[in-house]
Design a protein around this ligand. Structure first.
Ligand code: PEP
Ligand code: MG
Length: 544
């Protein structure tokens, strides 16, 4: 493979830049050959396979300890510990022993033994079928170790690094140690993929949808520039200095403080997007006036059993306690499509983004899970000084909204709203707003559905553009409906983090903006630089 020297281009996330050596997420090993000759006799092969499984169990146990003790991710630790138990299951070794005795290599014996269990689980269906991917992951790790190649998954080099991957699953990102990941580069993924959201939340530079990213060799020094959307191999000292200077200039423009408002004093609340109690400190430090989107599903991406009412109430209380006297908008579990929840089997669908996801996942046999969550939210709010608002994702129209409002009210929740992320909801904004107390525009999904462009696809990233007049028109319709009935219209998609778009959104009638805490300062400064009339003027121009 020829070394890459030209900058690679993709979709930049955030405005920071960083330099560091590439560490690639190792790919899964290929299927071991069924006809390869073993290195040694059956006992030797069987011992090699057993050693590989022991090594995998040790590594997963180590990661579980890090997840539990250093990252505070008990849910992720639970999943890893369950995998350790699987890897240590003595019946696996029996199966492997039988196969090495029949003349297979250690690698092939591991592969076939796991495949047998995999088929059994898949046939069992339901919860057990959902464990198939955990078994596949274990098998891939053990085969990699036996073959002497790196285990698949997020690498852990000694030095801080730039993580290069095809894409990151939410479960990968849950365990990412962001003190060591300097920047993220993915070949797939659009600007609103969860990789991008996570990177922006932590203020780390990222470029997603980078064609050719996986051709970057391990250890190559690269400059990742989130503002320019470039990944430059072997950057010159001048290039590094210029990127640092731009970052400092941006930091200087972000010295306005206080609540969000336009130059003539019209308030536009600046709120934080968070995924759990661990994000509260950053939001408070950034001066967030509350939380505009608490993605509750982020707490449970690794949970194999549904979180109990008490477990949930405890987590929600920890968030609410961080914002006394402020609004905290909790979104009910947004499961399905790009965010599968291990404890919620939704079945395979040809088009998951158009399928049973968000609120839809709880309007049938799984309604009890929604009721438990609403009860947990109500319980948490009882003894906290924050003002809890609750909203549901993937509301299609006023009927969906009314159904959700009734459920939430039955649990004693007072301020109940809907996300507007399906175009039909924006087109029906007036009747929808009559059914709820507030709405929040999820511009990531709204853009995906308005332009029929999968937000996870790097190749369609240019269509994932909230500046598109079609998307702005949907926002305007919602803003007008909100003004007509005097209800709050927020934006909580990634569009709210764009300082150039913020005045346009205010001009379209948006009354609050919720974003990664790292974006708040620049958005605050951008609003303060425009009067409301200028915002409206910008909105009119953008709609054209
Ligand atoms: C959105 O769709 O804009 C949104 C905020 O929700 P998520 O990104 O979690 O789907
Ligand atoms: Mg969404």
């Amino acid at each position: 493979m020829a070394a890459i020297t030209e900058p690679l281009r993709g979709l930049g996330v955030g405005s920071a830049a960083a330099t560091g050596p590439v560490a690639r997420m190792a790919a899964r090993p290929a299927e071991p050959s069924a006809t390869a000759r073993p290195q040694g006799d059956p006992a030797h092969e069987s011992a090699r396979a057993a050693a590989a499984l022991r090594e995998v169990a040790r590594e997963l146990a180590r990661r579980a300890a890090v997840a539990r003790d250093e990252l505070g991710r008990a849910d992720a630790a639970e999943i890893l510990e369950a995998q350790v138990l699987m890897a240590e299951d003595p019946s696996l070794l029996d199966g492997i022993g039988e196969r090495t005795a029949a003349g297979l290599t250690a690698e092939r014996a591991i592969f076939e033994t796991f495949a047998q269990y995999r088929d059994l689980l898949a046939e069992a269906g339901g919860y057990l079928a959902d464990r198939v991917s955990d078994l596949d992951d274990l098998a891939a790790r053990a085969i990699a170790v036996a073959s002497g190649v790196p285990m698949p998954g997020v690498p852990e080099p000694a030095e801080p690094f730039v993580l290069v991957a095809l894409d990151l699953a939410p479960a990968d990102t849950a365990l990412l140690d962001l003190t060591r990941v300097l920047a993220v580069v993915t070949q797939e993924g659009g600007p609103t993929s969860h990789t991008a959201i996570l990177a922006r939340a932590r203020g780390i530079p990222a470029v997603v949808g980078v064609a050719g990213a996986l051709d970057l060799a391990e250890g190559t020094p690269v400059l990742v520039d989130g503002a320019a959307g470039t990944v430059t191999p072997h950057p010159s000292p001048d290039l590094i200095a210029a990127a640092q200077e731009r970052a400092q200039a941006r930091a200087r423009t972000a010295q306005v403080t206080g609540p969000g408002r336009t130059a003539d004093g019209v308030p536009i609340s600046l709120l934080a997007n968070i995924g759990g109690p661990g994000d509260v400190a950053d939001a408070v430090a950034a001066g967030a006036e509350g939380v505009g989107l608490f993605r509750t599903e982020f707490l449970y991406l690794g949970s194999v059993t549904p979180p109990s009412l008490e477990t949930q109430a405890q987590a929600y209380r920890a968030v609410l306690n961080g914002f006394p006297g402020c609004r905290v908008v909790a979104r009910t579990l947004d499961a399905g499509a790009d965010k599968p929840l291990p404890f919620l089997p939704l079945g395979a669908e040809p088009n998951p983004a158009l399928g049973v996801r968000g609120l839809r996942a709880f309007r049938g046999e799984h309604q009890a899970l929604l009721d438990t969550q609403l009860a947990a939210l109500a319980k948490a709010a009882q003894d906290c000084a924050a003002e809890l608002w609750v909203m549901a994702p993937m509301i299609a129209d006023e009927h969906d909204a009314a159904w959700f409002v009734q459920r939430a009210r039955e649990h004693g929740l007072q301020t109940v709203g809907a996300m507007i992320e399906v175009p039909s909801a924006a087109l029906r904004a007036e009747p929808l707003l009559s059914a709820v107390d507030f709405v929040s525009l999820g511009t990531n999904d709204l853009t995906q559905y308005a332009l029929a462009a999968d937000r996870m696809l790097g190749s369609l990233g240019s269509l994932q553009d909230p500046w598109h007049p079609a998307v702005l028109r949907l926002i305007e319709l919602t803003g007008r409906a909100g003004a007509a009935c005097g209800k709050s219209v927020g934006v909580c998609g990634e569009a709210a983090a764009d300082p150039r778009l913020a005045p346009v959104l205010a001009g379209l009638g948006v009354t609050s903006l919720s974003m990664a805490p790292s974006a708040i300062a620049e958005v605050r400064a951008a609003l303060a630089a425009h009067t409301m009339e200028q915002c409206r003027e910008l909105a009119r121009a953008a709609l054209q």
